[in-house]
Design a protein around this ligand. Structure first.
Ligand code: PGA
Length: 256
C-alpha cells in the first residue's frame, strides 16, 4: 500500500493525475475506471491540462464509471454521465462511444449489471481505477455492509450518503435513493487502484480504511487486500493516520 499525504487539493490533483498519466503513456489502449464527486475534480482538471499542454492522448482510451443513480437519465444535471461529460470528456480527445457509465434508466437493472461486468471483462479489465471515499467508508456506492466480494449491483443509499450528496440537489428529497454500483469485488479486480480523499470529514473513514481492520463495515478497508493501491490524501483527511506515510514536497519529488 502506498499512502501519499499532500498539502492541498491542487497537489492531490497533480500527483494523482501524474500517476495515471504515467501508466497511460505505457499502454495505447488504456482502460480507465472513473469516479464522480468533488474530490476527483482537480485530478480531472490536471488530466485535461496534460492532454492540452503535454499531448496526453485519450483517443484509444476506454472508461468505465463506478456508479450512477437509478432513475436519472444521462442528460440530468445531477447524473454521473452529465458530471463526467462536463468535468472531463468534453475537454479531451476521447471517443464518447468508449465511455461507459452505468445506465440508471435500464429497464432490467439486474440484467444491466451483469452486462456491465461482461463489458469490463471484454475490454480487458480496468487498468487504473480512480476512487473517492464516502464519510461512511463507501467506495462507489458500495455502502457499509456490502459483501467484500460483491459485483456490480443495485444498492439502496444509506441515510448518511443521501445527506452528504444532498448538497448537489435543491433539496434532500430530490436525491435518488437507489444506485447502480460496481461491487467491491469488481473494484478489487482492477490492476491498479488510486483513492483520493480530501477534507476533515473523511479523516475517520481514511483511518479505518488504511489502518483499521478489513471489514464490510468500512468498504474501503478491502483495498488493503489489493497489491497495487495508492491513496492520495490531503493533510486534513489524513489527520487520524498514525503510521509514517509519504509526504512528498512536490510532484517532481515523486517523478510523476
Ligand atoms: P466527494 O464524494 O468526493 O464528493 O466527497 C466521494 C464519495 O462519496 O465517494
Amino acid at each position: 500500500m502506498r499512502v501519499i499525504i499532500v498539502k492541498d487539493t491542487d497537489t492531490l490533483g497533480k500527483i494523482s493525475a501524474g500517476l495515471i498519466a504515467k501508466e497511460m503513456r505505457k499502454s495505447p489502449h488504456f482502460v480507465l475506471g472513473l469516479a464522480t464527486g468533488t474530490t476527483p475534480i482537480p485530478l480531472y482538471q490536471e488530466l485535461i491540462r496534460l492532454h492540452k499542454e503535454e499531448g496526453l492522448d485519450f483517443s484509444t482510451t476506454t472508461t468505465f464509471n463506478l456508479d450512477e443513480y437509478v432513475g436519472l437519465p444521462g442528460d440530468h444535471e445531477q447524473s454521473y454521465r452529465y458530471f463526467m461529460n462536463i468535468h472531463l470528456f468534453d475537454h479531451i480527445n476521447i471517443n464518447k462511444e468508449n465511455t461507459f457509465v452505468p445506465d440508471g434508466m435500464a429497464e432490467d437493472i439486474d440484467a444491466f449489471c451483469e452486462e456491465y461486468e461482461a463489458m469490463i471483462k471484454d475490454a480487458g479489465g480496468v487498468e487504473y481505477q480512480v476512487l473517492g471515499i464516502g464519510s461512511n467508508g463507501h467506495i462507489g456506492f458500495s455502502e457499509p455492509g456490502t459483501s467484500l466480494s460483491s459485483r456490480t449491483h443495485k444498492t439502496r443509499l444509506t441515510e448518511n450518503t443521501i445527506e452528504d450528496n444532498s448538497r448537489m440537489f435543491d433539496k434532500k428529497e430530490d436525491v435518488p435513493t437507489e444506485a447502480i454500483t460496481m461491487g467491491i469485488g469488481t473494484i478489487l479486480d482492477a490492476k491498479r487502484i488510486l483513492l483520493v480523499a480530501n477534507g476533515a470529514n473523511k479523516a475517520d473513514a481514511m483511518a479505518q480504511a488504511i489502518e483499521g481492520p478489513i471489514t464490510a463495515m468500512c468498504p474501503a478497508s478491502a483495498l488493503q487486500l489489493h497489491p497495487k493501491v495508492t491513496f492520495v490524501v490531503t493533510e486534513d483527511a489524513a489527520a487520524k493516520l498514525t503510521l509514517e506515510w509519504e509526504r512528498p514536497q512536490s510532484r517532481k519529488a515523486l517523478s510523476v
